[in-house]
Design a protein around this ligand. Structure first.
Ligand code: GUN
Ligand code: FE
Length: 440
């Protein structure tokens, strides 16, 4: 395949590149092999050849090509309650809404209906890679894996471990740390079997829900499992005042330090939220190569603060973006990049509240776009998230409803990112295959 049209792709955390009339060449299997612009000597030759071979897709006027988005934090089972009870504090929302819903994923018919719809919805919103939390149910998590492979979504999936009787309900918990570890290991092996020879085999992810929901034995056992299988790890960190204080009361240290104590901070770890992290905590994550999933919509409801994205990027921390379905109500990373910019301004200078204010915190749209693309790709150590030779061909075609002739390319990019929604996404490619196309 070859695609001809205007391209926006992230350069670095602060800049987006615009390539006019770019020719993006994709090999027969999965990868971008060249991105040529009219100034390149071999551009005309390649263009003619692609046309002659009948493998050229030409974008229509008003369309642009951007990388598929990487969503670093989705609770798959919470999709049916996205938009419910967001006026409650985190602990209450978990106990009264979230745990009862997640407990329903024993029912595989319900599981199938929800996960089919969720995977389709994510693709339709331009998301091509997702890091998922499942539930404690191994079979349900395998249904999610099957859906991702069938519909063509790149994914990593965690079987949630939660066994602390003080912080989890009797109807929805692992009975012991032995069970949490054994069931996690069973899931890893079953997923590896299911994904054998599949190009989009989901990666298993070690998933202690968060420090409060796990006993010491489970945290320690999961750290060992991650090492034994060399797997990615995901959890929540310093999400709210309540959660941050819980770790201090139980361990006398911050939850980031607790995770580190149990071997759960590695360069393959992705931690959601982090609004209450101290500078020392952030430094620890940086030293370990651990990434943060910034979930701006969710944090507006539950976070009691705003993640200082600009400062973290300047310090060299890895940061990507997450919808946090259903702490966040929207399945769209477009909604989240807008909120990332908006919330960065809530935090910036002039704000006097000592918990939330910080000088020079504003980020602009290219930075939010970076979080949703290259930042997420780096967090997962996956070669996706940019339209560059050597990366996997995960792309979106957007149809701009208002291509004003008065705009500069950067202005057009900003407006598109502010106004894009599901109906703007015309087609989505994952691993070189068109997996979603608007029917008109
Ligand atoms: N902390 C522990 N579990 C959850 C969850 O499901 N969602 C959010 N936002 N925070 C959590
Ligand atoms: Fe979450």
């Amino acid at each position: 395949t070859a695609i001809l049209g205007p391209v926006y792709t992230p350069d670095d955390p602060h800049h987006v590149a615009y390539l006019q009339d770019a020719l993006v060449e994709i090999n027969q299997t999965d990868k971008i092999i060249a991105v040529l612009t009219p100034n390149d000597a071999d551009y005309q030759g390649h263009l003619r050849q692609a046309q002659a071979d009948g493998r050229l897709t030409k974008l229509t006027p008003g369309q642009v090509l951007v990388p598929g988005f990487v969503d670093l934090h989705v609770h798959a089972p919470q999709w049916p309650q996205a938009g419910h009870a967001l006026d409650k504090p985190l602990n209450e929302w978990l106990n009264d809404y979230t745990f009862p819903l997640e407990a329903k994923y024993e029912d595989l018919e319900f599981v199938q209906t929800v996960y089919h719809d969720l995977v389709h919805t994510l693709l339709a919103n331009g998301t091509t890679t997702v890091l998922f939390f499942g539930t404690i149910h191994t079979e349900a998590n395998l249904v999610l894996a099957r859906e991702c492979m069938d519909q063509g979504l790149r994914s990593a999936i965690g079987r949630v471990a939660m066994d602390n009787p003080d912080q989890t309900p009797a109807y929805y918990r692992d009975r012991s740390s032995e069970e949490a570890i054994a069931e996690t290991e069973r899931f890893i092996q079953a997923l590896e079997l299911l994904g054998q020879d599949e190009p989009l085999a989901p990666l298993p992810v070690i998933t202690p829900r968060f420090v409060p929901s796990c006993t010491d034995g489970t945290l320690a056992g999961l750290g060992k499992l991650a090492q034994k299988y060399d797997l990615p790890i995901q959890s929540h960190v310093s999400e709210s005042n309540w959660e941050h204080q819980y770790a201090i009361d139980r361990f006398g240290i911050h939850d980031a330090e607790v995770l580190d104590r149990f071997g759960l901070l590695t360069d393959k770890t992705v931690l959601a939220h982090g609004t209450q992290l101290t500078e020392a905590d952030a430094k620890l994550l940086h030293e370990r190569g651990t990434a943060l999933a910034h979930c701006p919509i969710s944090n507006a409801y539950f976070g009691n603060g705003v993640l200082p994205v600009k400062q973290l990027l300047a310090a060299g921390n890895e940061v990507g973006l997450g919808t946090d379905i259903s702490g966040g109500y929207s399945p769209s990373l477009y909604d989240n990049i807008r909120h990332a910019v908006a919330l960065s301004q809530v935090r910036t200078d002039g704000v006097t509240n000592a918990d939330h204010g910080a000088p020079d915190s504003r980020i602009s749209m290219p930075t939010a776009f970076y979080l949703a693309t290259k930042g997420g790709a780096e967090a997962l150590n996956l070669p996706v998230g940019a339209i560059e030779a050597g990366r996997q061909a995960d792309l979106q075609i957007l149809t701009d409803p208002h291509p004003w002739p008065s705009e500069s390319p950067l202005e057009r990019f900003e407006r598109l990112m502010y106004q894009a929604n599901r109906s703007t996404v015309a087609a989505v490619m994952v691993n070189g295959n068109w997996v979603y196309q608007v029917r008109d």
